[in-house]
Design a protein around this ligand. Sequence first.
Ligand code: NAD
Length: 327
Amino acid sequence: MRIAAFEVRDDEREAFAAEAERVGVDVDLHAEPLTEGNAHLADGCEGVSTLGQSHLDAALLEALAQRDVKVVATRTIGYNHIDLDAAKRLGIVALNADYAPNGVAEYTVMFILLVLRNYKPALWRGQVYDFSLQGLQGRELRNLTVGVMGTGRIGATVIECLTGFGCRILAYDPHPKAKVAEHAEYVDLDTLYANSDVITLHMPLLDSTYHIINRESIARMKDGVVLVNCARGELMDLDALIDNIEAEKIGGLGLDTVETEGDLIHRDRRTDILTNRGIAYLRQFPNVVMTQHMAFYTDAAVHSMVSCSVDGIKSVLQTGGFRTRLV
Ligand code: NAD
């Protein structure tokens, strides 16, 4: 059995080699994203593994089906880059990754604290030997209300982590969970917006969640609200964020993902002329902390992402089933 893996980073190679040997498959490793132009690299492979920059739309899935690829496995939890309807129509099984939610949850808590304690301007000042305090006074979580939107695996773990800080926790999810309700109070969105000092997003990017944070929803939030996004950039309208940071309606942002990040993500673009004006403008504010979509990036998660895709492809081809099957 042969698998073609795309978007393979150097730090994944060892895990791929170990997992291929463990489950007894051959894996071809390619650094570039999978496109229609290089789909021939999947010739002779029954499964392909990608990250999020390979846009598995209907045309690309068609090209894979013609090459007898039977399973596509993304090494990400998010799967908004896969056309699931087209996969189903073409008889291709799609899998996503399954790794512990702790890495992203801990990163989210770190972001909340960094923004509340004005870490970014403090870091800037320290680098030029300015050790003044003026303008850096922070807030303590125990006096604040945190709203968690999306209480699946990551959102629920964020809530567990936050219980140690003594803050009030509100939650919103169309599918509330009894275990989460032990630590957080489920409320409707209007109540969450009106009462939260910090709001953090942990839902998937769907047609129904695209730009869920927009001018209208921000207007319903408290003045000075801190927003955190470690889920998907397109959940938040970038222009609305900029306008509301300028208007000081938003008091701080912690963004691991941001709309229009697609051609920047995980790439060294230092010497390129970039056109992502929104990102360039937003990142210069002292109360906006942005990172390069790396909340997932821990030793444990990388190993699980690779293992899940190789093991998942093999299991589907042998038995038809795997725990992270999407279609
Ligand atoms: P999950 O499927 O376990 O949970 C998602 C939750 O969102 C579910 O409980 C669902 O009911 C809820 N939901 C759906 N629509 C909603 C809405 N309109 N409002 C509120 N909640 C809604 O997923 P997860 O493992 O917790 O991951 C959440 C998201 O985090 C993923 O979809 C992915 O996009 C993102 N993610 C980002 C990184 C990163 O590195 N930044 C890493 C992993 C995952």
